[in-house]
Every structure is written in structure tokens, then in C-alpha cells.
Design a protein. Sequence first.
Length: 377
Amino acid sequence: MKNMKKRIAAALLALACLPVTGMRAQAVDLPYVWGNTTWEPFAGMEPVNDRGFSRILAKGEGFGDVPGLIYIDENSTYNLYLVIPREHSISFTLRDSVDPDENAGEIAAILDRFFPGMLAAYEADPKNLKITDNDGNALVNVWHSFGNPNEFHVWVKDLPENAQEIESELLLALAGQHLISAYYGWGETADYMCGGFDEALAYYNYYVVYDGNEPTRIPVDIEAVQAYLDIQHPGYKVGKGKEGEIILREAGGLAYSGAFHIVPDKELSLREKAELAFELWEQFSLAPRVGLMESAASDPLTGRNALESPGDVTLDCELSLLDAIALNKNLLGMESLCDTALKNADADGNGTADASDSLAILRELVGLTEGFQEKQA
């Protein structure tokens, strides 16, 4: 049997004797114009304990009442980053050869297997892929990324019990029809913003609530704040003369003027100031001053593309002779490959997609290797 495998391999390896070509790389650019990026910029950052304040920021920016992650960067002009994982979304990117309009019906039919009613929604309005309840509230919604009709996002109001099963089977369904070049499961994409955190720990000395259209000023109990500091942070004082703002969590009121600020008895790092500010938010609903702006990039932050798998050049979630053929056609200039396919084409992991990778794929197919996919996992 082993000799038979060697003879099969010898016959197939003739396909691998082709010219060499290089792979493209993508750059990550922080902090503002992030471009097409991943979670990698945050690999060395620890999120700060924001005591739930990220929910207020997310809601204020129109993302709904969802928890986010706040990162603090001492060495950046934009020292605060708000990352809001899309826990209820699956995202995928169509291949360049797939037309989002012409193939919308096929995509809707595949989605209908997992979200019954999607095909009926498509037939009623091809531009509005949405499943709603009896009151018109969205239960499942499909939309395109801004400026890129090839990027689809599937959002569900409530994660189903078989969410992980849906994630894996939808991947296989889309990849099996050769429709997609990238796929991200629940929580693998995120919205993100950057901005500035007020290091002065400044607040208004009253907030405003509204009874109908009538504003009412309610003073902050500064003595209570000081009493809390005396117990939890001895030596920290409430000072005057700085401007800031506070928000009443429950009522949503906003102050306009007045001033007090927290004066620590020692030099605090930016992270320590942020942690103190979020602690006071939790205790007294005092919101620290935070200014946010959207990244200039229109693409979401992404995790690991589930289609990335060594040797799977055709992106169909299977390893076959077709993968070696597709790579060889690319090396001959007969067929272009997307970034994901090129990355997978580097089957031996040496950083370049070349003839040696065709050999590696073929050796894997006939069982002459120990499994390069497992080695690179």
C-alpha cells in the first residue's frame, strides 16, 4: 500500500514543477485610520474594568445596550479605544467573482435553511432581507458593510441554542457553493471607535433631569463623594475649579456647568485614573468626560477568518487535488487568488506560495505527511 501511495504521489507531483510567486501582505495602521485590520493591535493591551460604562458609550453611539471593551493606551494621542464585539452577528465576504445582486437569491436560500423565512423575505423584497415578529421588530436582519456590497452581516436578536452548530454548518454551506472568501462567526467581528479620556477627573457639580420638557438641576452630593474617597482612597480629595460633565444613569440627564474634580494624593497613570473614574461612575453615576470618533475605516474589526486553513486553496473547506491545481494555475498566471486563498496556498508555512506548496498538498492527500494542517493549527 505504501509503494502504491508513492507511485500515485510521483504521478501527481509533476504538477508541482511550476514557477515561483510571492504572497501579498496586509498592514495594520493604528490608532485612527485602521484600515482593514484585526484584533492583533490589542494583543498587548488589557481592557480596563469600566464597571459597565462601555454600555453607556455604546448606547450613546447608537450601538444599543450592549457591553463593550475599553482599552487605554498611555502612549497614544487617542488614548481610549471602545471595541464592541458583535456577539449576535455572523459575517462573510463574497468572492470577487460572485455578484451580490445576481446571487442574492442563492444566498437567501442557504440562509433560509438556518433562519426559516429568509427566502420568503427575499422574494417579497430582495433589498430587505429581514425576518420580523408580528409587531414588525427584527428577529433576523441581513445587511451589507458600508461601501462594500460583498460583505454580508447576519444579525439575530436572540442567539439560538444551536448557535455554534449554525455557525459551522452555514460556513460549510456557503463555502461548498464557492460563494465566499472570508467567514467570521458569532463575536468574531466588532465595531470600534477611538478617542480621548479626560485625565483631569473633572465633573460638573450638578446634573439636569427632565420632567417632560422642564429641566431640573440636581446637585451632586459632593460630601458623599468625599466620604467614599476617605474610606476607599484615603488622601484623595474633591477639588474645585475644573470643568467636566456628569450623567445620571437612570434618568439620562446632562449637566451644563459647575465644577469639581478629584485630586489624588499621588501621581496616577492614565489607566489608574480611568479605573478611578469608572469606579465613581459605578458608585455615584458620575460619567467621566470621554470623546469618541469612529475609525476612518468602514470595515469592522475582525477575528480569525474561518476559511483560513493550510492547503485549502479553493476555499471549500475540503482538501483535494483541486487545491493543487488551483495553486498551479495561479503560479502560471492563469488564475488569480484572493488573499485568503493565497494565505492557504502557503501550505508548508514558509511564507511563500510556490511549487513546494503544491508538493505539500499532494503529499498530504496521499498520506505521505503527518498532517501539515494539524501542525499549523
